[in-house]
Design a binder for this molecule. Sequence first.
Ligand SMILES: Nc1nc2c(ncn2[C@@H]2O[C@H](COP(=O)(O)OP(=O)(O)OP(=O)(O)O)[C@@H](O)[C@H]2O)c(=O)[nH]1
Ligand SMILES: C=C(OP(=O)(O)O)C(=O)O
Length: 264
Amino acid sequence: MTGWSIVTPVKPLGLAKSRLRATLPAAAALSAYYLSGPDPFGALDGDFGLPGDGDADWHAAIALAMALDTVTALLGAVRVDRVVVVTDDPVATAALGDLGAVCVRDAPADGLNAALRQGASVAALLSATDGRGRAGTASVGADLPALKSTDLDAALRAAERLGARAFVPDATGTGTTLLAAPGRLALEPAYGPGSALLHARDGALDLTSSLVVPSLRQDVDTAADLDAVRSLGLGPRTAALLEIGVSSDGQKAPTPARTAPIHI
Ligand SMILES: Nc1nc2c(ncn2[C@@H]2O[C@H](COP(=O)(O)OP(=O)(O)OP(=O)(O)O)[C@@H](O)[C@H]2O)c(=O)[nH]1
Ligand SMILES: C=C(OP(=O)(O)O)C(=O)O
């Protein structure tokens, strides 16, 4: 049985997740911590702790951690044959490529929907070459750090059964966390504000009318989302960073102990 091709867009890490900036912990404390302790993100070596760019480092680290946990869960799904990551970020390319994703440049450089269309084209070319990933094409953002492969499998299975374009709205009901186009159907992404409604208006079916897939719905855009993903069970890289940096009430945490261990 052939499986799915998943297309995952990743903004340049330093620009991603801008709505989280206000909740990030004191960069200087984290920089000091990482200078003295093990670096859980070998790919970021040399970046952590550089004087003056602590905020950028922390920001890149949390965006990368979430992308790594998301892509790990995507690749762990039984129904997934391939993950195509569309990104212009060299660190994300190296780290996600190491996990087993196929990484391609964001050649259109024209926003999220253009990046997804490009990723879908690459996925189709690869499928034509090796026969894998032909069950369908789906897009999933790189900001689902609590994603469980079983939730993704359930959604892809439901989309296969419907044989029609289908989507999963985010936890707020307004955004989209998964858009699936079974078989040879075109993905036709319409991400952006109110994308759940846009996808429904385009004829995509809402998979959550018959499915409960909380980990697939909880993306992380805001501070409140951080608490929500914690309660779902975070992936290990995101958990390591958040436990160090942000307390459970979303407040900045005290300076971490320089000797605190990190378990990845
Ligand atoms: N390649 C690529 N990925 C994108 C682009 N815009 C958004 N993404 C990715 O699409 C996914 C969903 O995007 P958003 O939820 O809007 O995340 P974001 O843009 O990082 O967050 P904010 O800065 O807070 O809006 C994330 O994985 C982003 O990294 C883009 O123009 N190109
Ligand atoms: C990108 C989207 O959502 P958000 O930025 O709210 O995660 C979307 O649903 O189109």
